[in-house]
Each structure stands twice: as structure tokens, then as C-alpha cells.
Design a protein around this ligand. Sequence first.
Ligand code: FAD
Ligand code: NAI
Length: 475
Amino acid sequence: MSKNFDVVVIGAGPGGYVAAIRAAQLGFTVACIDEWKNEKGGPAPGGTCTNVGCIPSKAMLQSSENYDHAGHAFADHGIEVKGLSLNVKKMVARKDSVVKQNNDGILYLFKKNKVTFFHGRGSFVQAVDGAHEIKIAGATEENIFAKHVVIATGSNPRALPGAAFDEKLILSNTGALAITDVPKRLGVIGAGVIGLEMGSVWRRLGSEVTVLEALPAFLGAVDDAVAKEAFKQFTKQGLAISLGVQIGAITAGKNDVTVNYVDDKGAAQKAVFDKLIVSIGRVPNTIGLNAEAVGLKLDERGFIAVDADCKTSLPNVWAVGDVVRGPMLAHKSEEEGVAVAERIAGQHGHVNFNTIPWVIYTSPEIAWVGKTEQQLKAEKIAYKAGSFPFLANGRARALGDTTGFVKFLADAKTDEILGVHIIGAMASELISEAVVAMEFRASSEDIARICHAHPSLSEAVKEAALAVDGRALNF
Ligand code: FAD
Ligand code: NAI
């Protein structure tokens, strides 16, 4: 097998595997190296996203929502469920099989696209004759050579000082997705995306969930109106969320964890949990790359320093995804991976950071793109707003889920859409229309004039666009 490649990608998460496939489509000889191991020690490409992130969390969210519906919502539809029981081990096994399907799917795609896959850790050795020598340390060790290197090594969970993850009592996302018995008392530190998604899973399955958040504001990056509605809904569902806390000592006992903290009134508190999830953000992963030895520059926060085109400080070395600046989202990583492959081919790959959607897969779902109302105010941009509640949408009523609303923000003068914020059922799917509209720099009137199928939740999107001009039809 040749040891010389046009492009070598380190990391097969959503940034890396997609970059490898796109580079192969463009006619390059490509290798992709990934060190993730499945429980048998075999390769498990797909990164955090596939193994301990997006995919397994959505599998658990779906299973737990089904259980919740069977226990609570079905009765409203005249469906009586007797003897409902829960088999968490089976739920987790199903989640594992969904993960495996995705791992296998990526291996198949590598084969189909003639990407050579190496299972092991990739690290820089040296630059030789205009190429980069990369060492692969896996079951065996070998060195390969690349004209271009794409680093897509992702991120790791951030631990609290003095409370290392043991994945039994103090859990990162990895342990949180592998719990096999419902903990009676579940503590969550950090009311961010992981805390709310994982907190929702275990609340639905029967845990008493306490979420401790350092900031005084709930979901500060989310539009204020949406964050307010989300807080109302989550607390109504039973998540006990304390804001403005200061976490102190955390001690793991034999079967429980004690968290000392100071609440928002300055009073010392102590809480004891059967399991504790710590979800306070993630840190870039450059471990084992041998970055320093070859002079690869990191920024002050430990991310690989890149320019707007994802070029690093080394010639023909690129970096994408969670390991570089910008939102830590799978689709952002993928877009950067594709753009870099195209730039290597001399094309003009582009990622529009203004139209990257965000989704929080709680119930109700939260999704948004573009600016929040508070951002527009802070930036002194004149805007018009229009909202439409799902309560007034026929499909939402038929569904039995009328929580939430769609909110449009448009430029006061030009009517160009500046932001769209959705809280409600299927927000993750509905947001796509707003992303497309913003990518084409549409106005709210453009959406208001487009025919939307009836009855559908997407009519709420059209109605919110109509509401910008004060002419919603059904509210
Ligand atoms: P990663 O997915 O982290 O992949 C990096 C890969 O590189 C890994 O396989 C790793 O083993 C490998 N690697 C690292 N160093 C080396 C080396 N030296 N040699 C060989 N291999 C190496 N994002 C969303 O958009 N939607 C979601 O719903 C979502 N849900 C999430 C849920 C959870 C619980 C978590 C933790 C994250 C979630 N994310 C979600 C974020 C998403 O998972 C990340 O943004 C995404 O995985 C980043 O992709 P990446 O390719 O940059 O890195
Ligand atoms: P996060 O940044 O979303 O939330 C972390 C929260 O912890 C913040 O609210 C922060 O104020 C709080 N916090 C920080 N330090 C704290 C401390 N010492 N004590 C108490 N609270 C503290 O990070 P999270 O939830 O860990 O997720 C990491 C990233 O993974 C997300 O930012 C997102 O990029 C990605 N992700 C995306 C998902 C999606 O797209 N649906 C789902 C899950 C994760």
C-alpha cells in the first residue's frame, strides 16, 4: 500500500470524515486516521458526535420521550396504557446499536469513496520534501506522508477542578449516555445544551433532576423571549434549576456525590446525588498531535490557531471543527471540512457563520438562526418583530402539543430577515426554512408570500413572518 497521500485527515468525527470524503470526490488520494475504539477495541469512526454526542443523545431523547408520552400524553388521545414498564438496559442497548450503524456507515463510505482508513493515533513527525510525515500508533505503528494535512481532532469535556470524571458517579457526556439504572437523585452542573438535554432524558425516565448553573441568566445565548418560555416549561416539567450558584467542593462517596455550593442569595448549600453530570463546556483536543514539536500554533485558549480559511500556522496544514474557534457543532465541523477540501482543490469553499443553526433537542425543542432580539438592541440595529404561537396552529392542536412560538426579527428598513427563533415541537426541522431564507437574504415578506402546506407546523413560520407586518391571519 502506498504511504504517500495527497490529503491526510486526522480525526474521523463529522469534520474529519466529511473532509476526507469530499477530498476523495475531488480526485485526491486520501487517508483518514482515527483512534476511537469500540467496546471490542475495533474502530468506531464518527467522533464525539457519533459515539458520545449528537447521535446517542438523540437516541436516548427519543426513547425517553416515547416513554414519557406512553405514560402521560397517550391518555389524552384515548389510548390507555396499562402495566407500562421501563427497561433502561434495553434502551441503552438500542442506543448502542444506533451508534454502531453510524460507525459502520462511515466505514462503508470510506470504502465507497476509496479513502484509506487507519485505526490509531496520528501525530506529526516532521516536514520532509514539501510533505508532512505522520506517525500512526495503533495495533501496529507506521508512518505515512501527506501533501496536505487536515486536523479534525475535536474536543473533550471540561472537568471541574478537584472533581475528575470517574464516569461512575461524576459523569461527562460519556458516562451520562451509559447510565443503565435510573438514578433517584441526579445532579447536573451547567444548564447548557448537554445539561438540559441529558437532564430531560433522565427526568422523563424518573430521576429527580437538579440543575446548578453559575450564570444568573438562563440560556444567555438564546433569544430572551425563548429562554423565558423554556425556563417556564422545563421547571413545570420538574427540572429544579438553580441559577447564579457558585460550586464549591465536590466529594464522591461510595455510592453518592456531595456538592457544596453557594446559592444566588449567598447561602451555603449542600446537595447529595446518586450521579452527577458535569456539563460546563468542552475544551479543544490537541493531545498526542505532537503539535509543539512541529511548531503548530495554538491560540490563548488552546484551540489550533487558524485564519478565516482554516489555514494553520504550518504550510498545507488545515484545521476544522471543535478544535478551532467558532461554535462546537457537528454541522459547523462538516461545513468547514467540505470547505477545506475544496480550498485544497483550488476552489472557493465558504462557511457562512451568520446562518449556522442551533438546536436544543429538549421538549419543547429550541432552534434559532441569526441574531437574538437582545443582540440587535445591543448593536443598535433597528428591527421589526413578529411572533406566532403554536396554540393557534391547527396541526399543533391535532398533535396535542401547542407549546411555544415562532419569532421573526427583520430589518426595520429593508425587511431582510435577521433572526428566527422557535420554541416548540419539531423546531429542529422548522428552522431549516429560516436558514435557507437567510442564506438567500430573503425578507420576512418573502416567507409571508410563500404557500405553506396545511395543516402543518410550518404554517406557524409563515404566520410569524406575516406578523412582522402586523398581518397574521390566524391570531
Ligand atoms: P469530534 O467529533 O470530537 O471527532 C474528533 C475525532 O478525532 C475523534 O474520533 C477522536 O478520537 C479523533 N482524534 C483525536 N485526536 C486524534 C489523533 N491524534 N489521532 C487520531 N484520531 C484522533 N452538535 C450538533 O451539531 N448537534 C447535536 O445534537 C449535538 N449533540 C451533542 C451531544 C453531546 C452529548 C455532545 C458532547 C456534543 C454534541 N454536539 C452536537 C457537538 C458535536 O458532537 C461536536 O461539535 C462534533 O462532534 C465536532 O466534530 P469534530 O469532527 O470537530 O470532532
Ligand atoms: P454549554 O456551553 O452549552 O453550557 C455550559 C454551561 O455551564 C453554561 O451555561 C455555563 O454558564 C455553565 N457553567 C460553566 N462553568 C460552570 C461552573 N463552574 N458551575 C456551574 N455552571 C457552569 O456546554 P455543554 O452543555 O457542556 O456542551 C458543550 C457543547 O457541546 C455545547 O456548547 C455545544 O456546542 C455542544 N452540544 C451541542 C448540542 C446540540 O447542538 N443540540 C447538544 C449538546 C452539546
